[in-house]
Design a protein around this ligand. Structure first.
Ligand code: SAM
Length: 248
């Protein structure tokens, strides 16, 4: 008989700072879009000793909570976007974001440890996390045990197919102006292309013509775009309707 008296008061050890201000548009797994972010240690964990030696690893695991979904509970089956949004799989047979305990795991590239105004921060890239995601554990990625090139990935064996991203003259002008005003941001157009090439729309939309104009919030900008003949057309950028993004 297993003992079922497990209790825990899991707490955030850090928060993730990313350009992704809303869930729509965030890549569905890490490593798909090469964009920089930060892991800011907090409370008792905001201590350089906690990450002593971490820079010897090129990648780290972030164990985190899908905090924006926690209040909405979970179901025994989910409809993975990969399967077109109709077929159902068990929640434990997917990387769905509505889960018992709401825990996610992402391996990200570690660039450096920075101590700035009494904050210990890890500079990372390639994350698939919403801005302010609570991180409940950080671990080194260990290739000999974590990398299994011959593993069978079921419905998610390959990275998602990408579609071409085109830009209106207006959007190019706006991106260049934004990049000039924000030199601290790596290649903004590369980020937009990376995110939209994943075609974030619901899976059932892919096959059909879709005149709808979509918006994705990156940093403090709303990127307006639509899909015509299986290619993304970026229309224009607008100051984001979501609260301002301040760089760490
Ligand atoms: N790599 C992780 C895993 O496998 O557990 C996450 C995979 S999950 C499919 C990635 C999606 O989670 C993102 O595309 C985004 O929509 C969503 N997401 C990211 N951070 C979140 C958060 N803090 N709360 C709720 N959803 C989040």
């Amino acid at each position: 008989m297993i003992s079922t008296d497990f209790q825990s008061n899991i707490t955030a050890v850090a928060y993730c700072r990313t350009p992704y201000k809303q869930k729509f548009g965030i890549p569905r797994q890490p490593g798909l879009v090469d964009v920089k972010g930060w892991v800011e240690l907090v409370g008792d964990f905001n201590h350089i000793d906690c990450v002593r030696g971490i820079e010897q690893y090129s990648h780290i695991w972030l164990v985190f909570c899908f905090h924006e979904n926690l209040s909405q509970g979970w179901k025994t089956t989910v409809k993975p976007p990969r399967l077109g949004g109709n077929d159902k799989l068990g929640v434990f047979a997917t990387r769905a974001t509505f889960r018992p305990n709401g825990i996610g795991q992402s391996v990200v590239k570690l660039h450096r440890v920075v101590q700035k105004s009494a904050k210990v921060m890890l500079e990372i890239s390639g994350m698939d996390l919403l801005d302010n995601t609570p991180v409940i554990d950080i671990k080194p990625y260990i290739p000999f045990s974590d990398s299994l090139p011959n593993a069978v990935g079921g419905m998610a064996q390959q990275a998602p197919e990408l579609i071409k991203v085109n830009y209106s003259a207006l959007s190019i002008q706006q991106i260049n102006a934004y990049q000039t005003a924000h030199p601290e941001i790596d290649d903004f157009q590369k980020l937009i292309t990376g995110v939209l090439a994943q075609d974030p729309r619901p899976a059932y939309k892919k096959a059909k013509a879709d005149p709808k104009i979509y918006q994705v919030a990156l940093y403090d900008q709303d990127i307006l775009w639509q899909v015509t003949s299986h290619q993304v057309q970026v229309l224009e950028l607008k100051p984001s309707s979501i609260e301002k993004f301040e760089m760490s």
